[in-house]
Design a protein around this ligand. Sequence first.
Ligand SMILES: Cc1cc2nc3c(=O)[nH]c(=O)nc-3n(C[C@H](O)[C@H](O)[C@H](O)COP(=O)(O)OP(=O)(O)OC[C@H]3O[C@@H](n4cnc5c(N)ncnc54)[C@H](O)[C@@H]3O)c2cc1C
Length: 410
Amino acid sequence: MQEIYDLAIIGGGINGCGVARDAVGRGMSVFLCEMNDLASGTSSWSTKLVHGGLRYLEYYEFRLVREALIEREILWKIAPHLIRPLRFVLPHHDGLRPAWLLRLGLFLYDHIGGRKLLPPTRTLDLTRDEVGRPLVPDVYKKAFEYSDCFVDDARLVVLTARDAADRGADIRTRSRAVEVRQEKEIWQVTVENTSSGERSTIAARALVNAGGPWVEDVLHLGAGVKARAKVRLVQGSHIVVRKLYAHDRAYMFQNSDGRIVFVIPYQDDFTLIGTTDRDYHGDPAKVKASDEEIEYLCESVSEYLAKPVTPKDVVWTYSGVRPLYDDGASEAKAATRDYVFELDTPGGAPLLSIYGGKITTYRRLAEEALERLSPYLRSATPREDFKAREGWTAKAALPAATWTFRRSRR
Ligand SMILES: Cc1cc2nc3c(=O)[nH]c(=O)nc-3n(C[C@H](O)[C@H](O)[C@H](O)COP(=O)(O)OP(=O)(O)OC[C@H]3O[C@@H](n4cnc5c(N)ncnc54)[C@H](O)[C@@H]3O)c2cc1C
């Protein structure tokens, strides 16, 4: 007789793998298919920050910022081998946001997320501190230094999937979902092996669409669902240049267009600069940094740096597509970064589609996804077991994590 999984997931990015790990740890039988390799989509093309998102405060996204700040320390604890604290220097720029506003934002940032381990904000005198040296002399005199974290995003996805598989999840890479239908309140998902072309069909009681930028394509595989929510694809590009300075701190530069650009020490010998925000209408698999974006990033940081960065200095670029929930914002930079679920039950069985989200909030997103599906899942899983494992991922380290984790001093 055909096995019926409790849960099938389409998409092996951070969100799909996060849901798979959480669900299997609660005692469910789980299937996940990823059409390419794990983290081959947006989840390996991010700025690689585990952060609250200081700039989202300007858009009054207090819920998102608070949740992301809480997650920042939880993730650091469960993956100290992939996540490290990073201090960000935010120079004050005459004519842009006033110092009192930056101070207020950073005060909120330090306090609304229950920060316990990372050090708080402090004010810097750029004429004395070494972080002032790479900047244009005599222009930037004062800065604020605050905490966030840096993550190896692709490894976070892979180890989340590894842990899910170790706990019994059936994780299949190079496996594209090509058809989705329902028979007697059971999902039938047909999966094609992209190397051999071989097809097989699996059955599941519930289905999660974690297709990222392909979330709407997955809905067209025959699920019989009319998507109400819409995805807004927003491209973000990064450039990598040879190491620009010797110290270990990152910068957050404010741009005159209201955006911000990060400059981050990267892989010992390089500096990572990003990102951009522009609506994208092409194939997400073919996204590429444009000359215009490269110039924009070079110009933005050159306003601050004593030695300007030019397109000739760029040794590598990468680009990703944010699968944002379309909240009708006029500009791409203002579209919400929060996640939104759409739950449908076309033939009786549930389909949960995920829009938006951040690497930083994937663990909490997975918990909420399972909470949303719980009325349908509890009958398939012994109730006591399900309840006992609720919220377990906040305390269980990812594979190979060492617990020699210490409070950061700076
Ligand atoms: C430029 C940029 C910078 C960012 N910076 C940050 C940051 O610093 N910090 C942060 O927290 N977040 C950041 N983000 C956001 C974060 O990267 C994304 O929200 C997150 O990676 C989305 O993960 P996902 O799993 O939803 O999508 P994806 O990672 O794209 O995963 C979806 C997967 O589904 C697969 N798939 C699609 N269709 C099928 C199918 N039919 N069958 C099988 N598999 C399928 C795809 O191959 C893909 O691997 C950034 C995003 C961008 C673009």
